[in-house]
Design a protein around this ligand. Structure first.
Ligand SMILES: *Cc1c(COP(=O)(O)O)cnc(C)c1O
Length: 361
């Protein structure tokens, strides 16, 4: 595809990404960084992010093997952890071939790995369920698997992991409870490298910084808890922008958009922006959701359409067709938008659709 005519775009700042990663290393110098690039790197473009992080992150993490194969086929050489693991011996073979590292999180996967005939031995991450209750072995199965896998010719190294359920909530001690359980089970295996912290664990729980950090959100320049300061300097990597494509004046009492959700209380000026739910801008955005235009926040008014949104620019004489608005990024935190849409930053970033060109800088 050539350069698109429509000017809506997601600007991806790879320098910011690299700096965030360097700052993360400086913040936790004893740890290595696994950068999670699942779901197209939270909407930033998995290949773009993987390329930019070569030489900075030590490993990549994806959810399933197809995501990893896409990266390999594009020439990415970093080891890639499969966070959901493998579901057949064929996938284990591909792990041997492509240097993928499966997470082993249930007893079926343990048995399959022990029984497989593999071309070489694999590094695996073995997951303990400490309270998320989604993936992971209970402590009895974990210890048994750890011993079996360590003894197996199919395994060259085991790394122990767990995942936090509530690490962005610093008022709760659930993370400490999970961590204590993890340490109790691993007590007898002091030589096993460990990975427990996601971004929130890294930010808020110093005791969670083990050999491997697993981080997505902080690398993408977004804090895991919007109410707390970032643990180190970060810059948002994605800035989503759209041009103004119409400006109109409407009288008091007039409605804007589908369903006549918003009604002008006073004579108002409305700007229409070329972005909508077809681009991944959340349809649930309520009236008042901030949009950044001409150096200030202006409120969204009326329902989000498939290709457009409308904002109230009354009292802003200077807005003209072609002006660029920011939906989130450098000037406007994606959290602020998420809060107005009853969702979280992860979902908004991940949902930016392929229809929006990524401009890589
Ligand atoms: C996605 C994922 C992470 C990264 O989470 P962030 O909150 O983005 O840092 C860490 N661990 C696992 C198992 C994940 O699936």
């Amino acid at each position: 595809m050539g350069v698109p005519f429509r000017r809506t775009k997601a600007i991806i700042d790879t320098k910011a990404l690299q700096q965030n990663c360097r700052n993360m290393h400086a913040f936790a110098p004893a740890s290595k960084v696994l950068a999670t690039v699942k779901a197209d790197a939270y909407g930033h473009g998995a290949l773009t992010v993987a390329r930019a992080l070569q030489g900075c992150a030590e490993q990549l993490g994806v959810a399933f093997i197809d995501e990893a194969l896409d990266l390999r086929q594009a020439g990415i050489e970093l080891p890639i952890v499969l966070l959901d693991g493998c579901f057949s011996e064929a996938e284990l073979d591909l792990c041997c071939q492509h240097h993928f590292i499966p997470v082993i999180h249930n007893t079926e996967q343990v048995q399959e790995l022990l029984a497989a005939t593999l071309a070489k031995s694999l590094v695996v991450w073995l997951k303990l369920d400490t309270g998320m209750h989604r993936l992971g072995l209970n402590s009895t199965d974990f210890q048994k698997a750890l011993e079996q896998l360590t003894a197996s010719k199919n395994v060259s190294q085991v790394i122990a992991m767990t995942h936090f359920a509530d690490a962005d909530n610093t008022a709760s001690d659930y993370t400490s409870v999970q961590l204590a359980q993890f340490d109790r089970v691993l007590e007898n295996y002091p030589d096993i490298p460990c990975s427990v912290a996601n971004s929130a664990g890294l930010a808020h729980w110093p005791a969670a910084r083990r050999e491997w950090l697993r981080s997505g959100l902080l690398l993408y320049g977004v804090t895991p808890n919007p109410d707390l300061p970032a643990p180190f300097a970060i810059t948002p990597v994605m800035t989503l922008t759209a041009p103004v494509i119409a400006v109109r004046d409407i009288p008091a009492g007039a409605y804007v958009g589908y369903g006549c959700r918003w009604q002008a209380r006073r004579p108002s000026r409305i700007a229409t922006l070329a972005i909508g739910y077809g681009d991944g801008y959340p349809r649930h955005a309520s009236d008042g959701t901030p949009v950044w235009l001409h150096g200030r926040e202006v409120p969204l008014v009326g329902r989000v359409s498939m290709d457009m949104i409308t904002v109230d620019i009354t009292d802003m004489a200077e807005v003209a067709i072609g002006d660029e608005a920011e939906l989130w990024g450098q000037n406007l935190s994606v959290h602020e938008v998420a809060q107005k849409c009853d969702t979280i930053s992860y979902e908004l970033l991940t949902r930016v659709s392929p229809r929006v060109p990524r401009e890589i800088i």
